[in-house]
Design a protein around this ligand. Sequence first.
Ligand code: ADP
Ligand code: MG
Length: 247
Amino acid sequence: MIEVVGLRKSFGNLDVLKDINIAARKGEVVGLIGPSGSGKSTLLRSLNLLSVPDAGAVRIGNQTMDFSGGRLRIRDRDLAAFRANTGMVFQNFNLFPHMNVLDNVMTGPVRVLKRPAAEVREEALALLDRVGLRDRADANPENLSGGQKQRVAIARALAMRPEVMLFDEATSALDPALVGEVLAVIRDLAAQGMTMILVTHEMAFARDVADTVIFMQDGYVVEQGSAQQVITDPQDRATQQFLAHFR
Ligand code: ADP
Ligand code: MG
């Protein structure tokens, strides 16, 4: 479902992704861990082209973006189609503040995918039900808790019917008491077979929910393997040192 080959990205003379090769099968949950600044967010952003890589290739489902000829001039239409296939959830929710909860979930399918509003509305309400927020459909985002905002953000991403979901520290901005309700939604998605990459500092969660874990440091994938193996018995010294902070 996901294949990344030889991905490189620099900002000026700062090489942030140096030669990234990763893959995920349909339904696989990948935990992406590593110290701050190691390139995790840049990698996720590269997967849905919020950040355009300098070299390499990314395949999501049956769509491939090849950057091997240097930075592509990608047609807007291709970019939109590629992006629509990956749902992204950010640390700080990024809900549209001037829209109520239901409109936040409906706007992408209606405006970007040009789907009929009545049909999208039913699907959006079902998604809000799935994240436990159907009764808040008319609420303004500013009146929601952080955990509720993040669950709306997940419903909004799912409304685009992506094949892949990307979570960038989705629980890092939440009060500890609100982390569990968001992790429960992610766990539910995993159980239903969604292909996902989770950037997380919740090591116990990564071990329990992810099938595989990738440890990144300094723009490289240092170690990857089964979640259980990487988290409980890391082989690389850098991985061991990183994980020691969480014990
Ligand atoms: P992580 O998510 O693992 O903390 P990031 O991918 O956010 O790491 O950042 C990796 C490095 O790239 C950091 O040194 C960061 O400062 C730098 N970086 C990220 N985005 C940009 C940008 N748009 N412009 C310049 N430098 C950036
Ligand atoms: Mg980050």
